[in-house]
Design a binder for this molecule. Structure first.
Ligand code: FES
Length: 98
């Protein structure tokens, strides 16, 4: 089972492949915005993936379009609701400015 490391909390939890980052973070007790309930419309679940980007599902059109409209997006940006966890470990950084 892959692990998910969450910064800045410094927490590491085991996650099941096939769950979204948003589901995994909420299950871990993290307070992640998800105003649109995971439909790639609000951008409040934006975070940075520090490690393990390649194990996540690829960015699809809806996510790409939303990311294009968000301030503060960088090369490590993903929408947690759209990124599905694969088999490898991953580390994310929750953002305080969203
Ligand atoms: S929960 Fe709204 S974009 Fe992810």
């Amino acid at each position: 089972m892959p692990t998910l490391t969450i910064q800045p909390a410094g927490k590491t939890v085991a996650v099941a492949a096939g769950t979204t980052l948003l589901q995994a973070l909420l299950a871990a007790g993290e307070n992640v915005g998800h105003k649109c309930d995971g439909k790639a419309q609000c951008g409040s679940c934006h975070l940075f993936v520090q490690d393990g980007r390649k194990t996540l599902s690829k960015i699809q059109r809806d996510e790409n379009e939303k990311l294009d409209s968000i301030v503060g997006v960088g090369s490590k940006s993903r929408l947690a609701c759209q990124a599905v966890i694969g088999e490898a470990d991953i580390a994310v950084e929750l953002l305080s400015f969203v």
